[in-house]
Design a protein around this ligand. Structure first.
Ligand code: SER
Length: 585
């Protein structure tokens, strides 16, 4: 049985007054502090705080998510690096009663889940928030028995958690009895036959260093994982046997002549990593040695490595067939999948590169083994295994395998020691990097960052105050700035904007920074995104008297450092959003 959970969900909420919004990209456009979108709510945080969403107060979507944290779990029946979340939101509109009713209705009437298979948890209260009797009562009004309601503390029923800075609140979670055993009358959330399927968060608080305060508006944020609910509704206990995965699994079976039954773990990893790589590449991400690009590189390289265990050649035909299946399934929700040729090439080029790396590594490996053999040694020490990995990109698992083939041992423990040391060093490095809020603080990037502030203000001057930043991306060659505006800019307008920015550069304006509360910043007229990522105390950068913007920095000291500003492109990104690319020279 195939159940199209996404369409049933979106149609249901649409019929109930929600606007279906497109998924935000996996790679957040405007948040250098986080590499990937990993929940449905992440892109909507500014609107919980009161910013008006252009589509209104009732929204729903299916959001693409990517989580690297689960990568070691991939291979079991439930974990994925790429997955999708269904969500419905009320931004200061309906609250607990309606939210619970919508969830109950959808599950029992549209997904046709029998009442006796459902149970819920609600927040049991703490020092400053009362026990959530309201939610419990609404659930009982719907028909949930009181034995099927468990009251849990903030470790379970508070989202995201008690320490996170930003909007938060108690939640009520819905569980499904996933077993053929007789269903116990009393719900025990510790019993893992009960699996969580949906989380409704009552976002009415804001947390900062001083504690919790009420938000100006009461919000609803719900999240339901597509992969799990699909498997449940289709009656399978393994996500990979549901309609989401089964044709991809079959394709791998066809290419390898191996059965899924006997090779579950490796086939699942290959399927998961192929899909994730396609989704990341569809957003124009290329494998590289930094940030998101590095993650894509790791995913593809792991895919190649694991595929060898099942004798699968990740050749162009396989990538093409896999991409075509993904495209057919998902393009309706994510139109960036349209350009399959580009996606296939991104992945294939990396596979080829990695194969060459492996070849070189193998040569070096053989050289080392010959030398060791001539010295009567049959064990490769940890440092050498690490060098093969670090310098030649030759993975330790491969060294181990090759070594075994010729009767050699390897010192894996020694390798782990070197690897850990290396990891700690690079972790410290990347923390450093993200501290300032910019992905790369080279001098060129810093200049572009200051130019972006000037451009933002100049656009407001020329096109009107309604122009707002929708995204920003900087590298050492150019800035890219997305903003809300309904039409193409005329040549005259572009020239005007360019001239203003260049004037401000010539004026040699000092750039100053000041720390203040978010409230003060708003009152002072600073522009910028009022999201939680800045914390309560924010930095406001002023450029002379011309621009004032909330920002993590860093910036140049004086605009005279910037050179000449030039707009090289102006184009549409989506309806109502334009993009400018500009350079400094
Ligand atoms: N933000 C909540 C979650 O991710 C509900 O969407 O579970």
């Amino acid at each position: 049985m195939t159940v199209n959970v996404k369409d049933i969900y979106l149609n249901y909420f649409k019929e109930n007054g929600h606007v279906i919004i497109p998924s935000a990209p996996l790679i957040p456009e405007n948040d250098p502090t986080c590499l990937f979108n990993s929940t449905g709510i992440q892109p909507l945080v500014p609107y919980l705080l009161g910013e008006k969403h252009p589509q209104g107060k009732r929204l729903c979507d299916v959001q693409k998510c990517f989580r690297l944290t689960d990568i070691d779990e991939v291979g079991d029946s439930t974990h994925h690096t790429f997955f999708e979340m269904l969500g419905n939101w009320s931004l200061g509109d309906y609250f607990k009663k309606e939210s619970i009713k919508y969830s109950f209705d959808l599950l029992t009437k549209h997904f046709n889940i029998p009442l006796e298979r459902l149970a819920v948890t609600v927040f049991k209260g703490n020092d400053f928030v009362d026990k959530d009797c309201d939610s419990a009562n609404y659930w009982m009004e719907m028909g949930i028995d009181k034995d099927r309601i468990a009251y849990l503390d903030s470790d379970s029923n508070w989202w995201p958690n008690m320490t996170n800075i930003g909007p938060a609140g108690p939640d009520t979670e819905i569980f499904y009895f996933r077993s053929d055993d007789e269903i116990p009358q009393k719900f025990n959330p510790e019993d893992d036959r009960w699996v969580e399927i949906w989380n409704n968060v009552f976002m009415e608080y804001y947390h900062d260093e001083d504690g919790y305060t009420k938000l100006e508006q009461k919000n609803i944020d719900t999240g339901m994982g597509v992969e799990r609910i699909t498997a449940i509704l289709e009656g399978v206990n393994d996500n990979y046997l549901s309609s989401i995965w089964i044709d991809l699994i079959k394709l791998i079976e066809d290419y390898t002549n191996l059965s899924y039954e006997d090779n579950k773990k490796n086939i699942r990893i290959v399927a998961d990593h192929m899909k994730a790589a396609i989704m990341l590449a569809s957003e124009g991400l290329y494998p590289s040695n930094t940030d998101q690009g590095y993650i894509l590189r790791r995913i593809i390289r792991r895919l190649v490595r694991i595929s060898k265990h099942i004798n699968l050649d990740i050749n162009k035909q396989f990538i093409t067939d896999f991409t075509n299946i993904i495209q057919n399934k998902y393009v309706k929700y994510y139109n960036e999948l349209e350009n399959s040729e580009k996606i296939i090439n991104i992945i294939f080029d990396e596979v080829i590169k990695f194969s060459k790396t492996l070849e070189k590594g193998l040569k070096e490996f053989n050289k080392i083994c010959n030398i060791l053999e001539s010295q009567g040694i049959d064990k490769i020490n940890g440092k050498t295994v690490f060098r093969l990995y670090d310098t030649y990109g030759f993975p330790p698992e491969m060294t181990e395998e090759e070594a075994r083939n010729i009767g050699f041992d390897i010192d894996m423990e020694g390798f782990s020691k070197f690897f850990k040391e290396h990891q700690e060093k690079s972790k410290a490095g990347s923390k450093e990097k993200f501290k300032g809020g910019l992905a790369d603080n080279s001098i060129e990037n810093v200049k572009y960052h200051t130019a972006t502030h000037l451009l933002h203000q100049a656009l407001k001057d020329v096109l009107g105050d309604d122009v707002n930043q929708k995204g920003s991306n900087i590298n050492s060659q150019r800035l890219r700035f997305d903003f809300s505006f309904g039409r193409k800019l005329t040549d005259d307008e572009k020239k005007k904007v360019e001239n203003i920015v260049n004037e401000k550069i010539k004026e040699g304006l000092d750039v100053n920074v000041c720390e203040m509360s978010l409230d003060e910043a708003k009152k002072s007229g600073a522009i910028g995104l009022f999201t939680n990522k800045y914390g309560d105390i924010v930095k406001v950068y002023s450029i002379g008297n011309y621009s004032k913007e909330i920002c993590g920095g860093p910036h140049v000291k004086n605009t005279s450092e910037l050179g000449t500003f030039k707009i090289i492109k102006e184009e549409a990104v989506s309806s109502g959003v334009r993009r400018i690319k500009a350079t400094l020279s």
